[in-house]
Ligand binder design. Structure first.
Ligand code: SF4
Length: 377
């Protein structure tokens, strides 16, 4: 979800790389093409449609529903309209097949923020990582209360660190900056790694709101090139490592507040506890191609049944309070986009938790291993 509503951007400094798309449409002689654009760039959509229709003989349909990621590719409904090619802008290809020929179009931003203001944060975070390396927690018997405290500690994970390297990551429109910043940070005395993640990620250093799979034990802290708190929150929840943020749009240098992460963890704790007495659950299955976790949803239903509880499988394209709050169940487990439960929890009348959180609530997973982020691999 790199370009969301509210992101402050100077659109003239974005490069919307349409040339390759236009060449493909011309060589295929496509007649009907769909354009899918993230929310923050939609105001440019009509201009792009004009450009494509002027340069080619294709007509363009804008897929005007909200789009927050490459998980959300338009699929069969565009096929039913006779669309021959989907042009998906601003996100990279994932390990999913929408069933439609799709061209992914990069959008890059040319801002290069100064490194100097971020250095004090990196120094402090490297010191935290070194301290954590020296005081590796040994496996121990914790009381229930101590285990719950560990769960709510933003950087209290048990996973051992084998190094204190600086992980350099970014959101997609700034990834072209990483090699240059890698060199600059190495010159400034940091041992830097640009992490390479799993199949859901296309580029080194890329992070998604639901996937931080490049993380490894040798990385002790992170620098994120991008704006907003969306990716930083997920990265710290997932890794339990401190994170500095350098915003190429504004040049601002800051850190992800660990207090903010601990507030989220306390909220997750409260929701897990609130689900303890729940007898019936709605289990949400996302219909978007990159959010569909049918097997996970079925596993949740089996686990609930094992504990004598009811689970109803509910499939939705979009998840929102107005679409689920009225069902007569006690709580919901969400297997669609993991960020809905984390970022939008307060919008729902009933507890909305992740599959991992359900397992903690049922005693299938332990508090003391620290919070586990619900990653889509
Ligand atoms: S599943 Fe959610 S976090 Fe992941 S890419 Fe899609 S919208 Fe973003």
């Amino acid at each position: 979800m790199p370009l969301g509503p509210g992101t402050t951007m100077d659109l003239d400094r974005h490069d919307f790389q349409l040339t390759e798309l236009i060449e493909r449409i011309q060589s295929n002689d496509n007649r009907l093409v769909a354009l899918q654009i993230p929310e923050g760039l939609k105001m440019q959509a009509l201009e792009m449609m004009d450009t494509i229709e002027t340069e080619t003989s294709a007509k363009v349909i804008l897929a005007a529903d909200p789009c927050y990621g490459a998980c959300d590719l338009v699929h069969d409904k565009m096929g039913m309209m006779g669309v021959e090619l989907v042009a998906h802008m601003g996100h990279s290809q994932m390990n999913i097949d929408s069933g439609m020929p799709t061209q992914f179009i990069d959008v890059t931003y040319d801002g290069e923020p100064e490194l100097e203001p971020i250095i004090p944060f990196l120094e402090a975070h490297r010191a935290m990582a070194r301290q954590r390396m020296e005081n590796q927690p040994a496996p121990e018997d914790l009381s229930e209360e101590e285990a719950q405290d560990r769960f709510m500690d933003a950087v209290g994970r048990l996973a051992p660190l084998t190094g204190t390297k600086l992980g350099l990551v970014g959101s997609i429109q700034h990834l072209h900056l990483l090699p240059e910043y890698f060199d600059r940070l190495e010159k400034a005395g940091y041992e830097v790694e640009i992490p390479i993640g799993g199949a859901r990620l296309s580029f080194p250093g890329q992070v998604l709101g639901c996937n931080y799979s490049g993380d490894d034990d040798s990385i002790g802290h992170y620098l994120f090139l991008g704006s907003g708190d969306f990716h930083p929150i997920g990265l710290v929840l997932h890794t339990g490592k401190p994170l500095a943020i350098l915003d190429p749009y504004s040049g601002e240098a800051r850190e992800m507040s660990l207090k903010h992460i601990e507030r989220i963890l306390r909220q997750r704790f409260g929701l897990i506890m609130a689900c303890g007495d729940a007898q019936s659950f709605g289990i949400l299955i996302g219909e978007k191609p990159g959010q569909m976790r049918r097997s996970l949803a079925l596993r949740m239903k089996r686990i609930l049944e094992k504990h004598g509880k009811k689970g109803y499988l509910l499939a939705l394209e979009h998840v929102g309070p107005e679409l689920i709050d009225f069902y007569p169940v006690d709580a919901f487990v969400n297997t669609a986009c993991p960020r809905i439960a984390i970022d939008d929890a307060v919008r729902y009348q009933k507890p909305l938790i992740t599959p991992y959180e359900l397992e903690v609530s049922l005693g299938e997973k332990k508090w003391e291993t620290g919070y586990q982020f619900d990653e889509i691999p």
